[in-house]
Design a protein around this ligand. Structure first.
Ligand SMILES: [Mg+2]
Length: 106
């Protein structure tokens, strides 16, 4: 499945409450929540010095991806294009030797 297909599928499974103005608030808040869940699991790996449960981590990454996809849908942004442009940006920085620098516009 590519990002275009994935993005269509997240739209099919998106059910939001209708008491918030702007369709992007719900997925934005959901994204923050799921990132928190992922980081909490990573925190517990460090705290308990245990072997990561990769299925658990994969599940949380999937939840993060779902909300990212839906946030993109709400803004009318093509996730496939985001992924492509992001890699191009990073490759360009790498070629120019500024991958590890600071600032958004390098
Ligand atoms: Mg989750």
């Amino acid at each position: 499945m590519d990002f275009k297909e994935y993005q269509k599928n997240t739209k099919k499974t998106a059910i939001y409450p209708n008491n918030m103005e702007g369709g992007f608030y719900y997925p934005a808040l959901g994204l923050a929540g799921e990132v928190g869940e992922l980081l909490n699991k990573i925190k517990k790996i460090a705290r308990d010095k245990k072997t990561p449960d990769l299925e658990d981590i994969k599940g949380e990454i999937g939840d993060v991806l779902w909300y990212l996809s839906q946030l993109s849908n709400e803004f009318g942004i093509d996730l496939e294009q985001v992924a492509t442009e992001n890699i191009k940006k990073l490759e360009s920085r790498q070629k120019r030797g500024v991958l590890s620098g600071n600032g958004d516009n390098r």
